[in-house]
Write a protein that binds this ligand. Sequence first.
Ligand code: PLP
Length: 436
Amino acid sequence: SAEEQRFADLHPRSAALAARARGPLLAGVPMPWMTRWPGGFPVFVDAAAGARLTDVDGNEYVDLCLGDTGAMTGHALPQVTAAIAQRAQAGLTTMLPSPDAVWVGEELARRFGLPTWQLAMSATDANRFVLRFARHLTGRPRIAVMDWCYHGTVDETLAVLDGDSVVARPGALGPQVPVAETTAVVPFNDLDALDRRLAVGDVACLLMEPALTNIGIVLPDRGYLEGVREVTRRHGVLLVNDETHTLCAGPGGATAAWGLEPDLLVVGKPIGGGVPCAAYGMSAEVADRLSGPMLGHEIDVAGVGGTLTGSALALAAVRATLSTCLREEDFAVAVPLAERFTSGVAGVIAEHGLDWHVQRLGCRAEYWFCPPPRDGAAAAAAVDEDLEGFLHLWCLNRGVLLTPFHNMALLSPHHTEADVDRHTGAFAGAIAALLA
Ligand code: PLP
């Protein structure tokens, strides 16, 4: 297509690197998600700073992807890179705590309202540990998740509903773990279905995002999350909020923004300012039941933690990030930019009389080619990969990066109103071209 040709013309160096990379790297990339970018090959990045990214061909982009939330703060912020550099010179990892550990624990407790914390390497890692703890504490084998959730590459969570049956996610690498035996799956925004399923009595914990963010943004109905809390408590099921993406709702994620009361909470990608790191918090009751047996060596900790987990590097990065970014005052700048994004896109949609919609959660926005779905299955059915691919490539060719999954834009305090308007202009151009 003309857009593919334009992309190829703009990216000769990336094209050459991509061709070479197909030799040593699986599918030509260091990580499979990078095959999801439009244009036939990924842009190779030279440098990223603030809300800008420059590729090896010298093209500059407004970065609305921000590492799929891994760089929610913006890139290469001087105070974060200085802390990382300083720590690098003082030793990166010892398997003993650095003093930053205390600050980090206290700050996480203050933000998210759960008193006790552990570190992990990634949100995937944290989720695996949390599930293990929940099974240990309840003696129940099964976990529950929302239909079309994503919680990382945790085997038991890669499951969806097919009618009443639990099956592996379509296209998942197989053979799969027998998810019908490990996992209960319920539709988002359906309290009756949750109540019925948890009443069986075999579920250790419900792992959920307070709003689905991995199949577009699907917001909870009014009262739904309070209902989830009541139902899980009534059935003795631990409630885990995975705030890895929903941290975009505010400094304490949706949990603090909406006054939620999970038993455990996971937060990943953004908290290390780009350094691989995650953390999970727990209620006093959960911590009381684990802490003593751990200190007394009654629990064999094989299966939780890891050699590089909670390293001095990770703790320094989290401390720098949480003390200088992702604060109330940062969201106070980023959220109005996301509102500007939303109203710009909504204006274009209205101008063309399309039945499309745009959703927002804090500093993150996403548009739909249909009315906003209420659950994961409806959201999955609404995905139009061709249309998405066209829009993303069009924007990419005009210096605007959207996340390659869905139509997501993340706004940071380092974006400007002009950046937002640049996207709105590109979006308007793409729609005009589509309808021409
Ligand atoms: N949890 C949620 C809600 C996510 O969106 C993701 C990744 O997108 C993960 C966990 C896994 O994070 P990671 O890939 O950093 O392990």
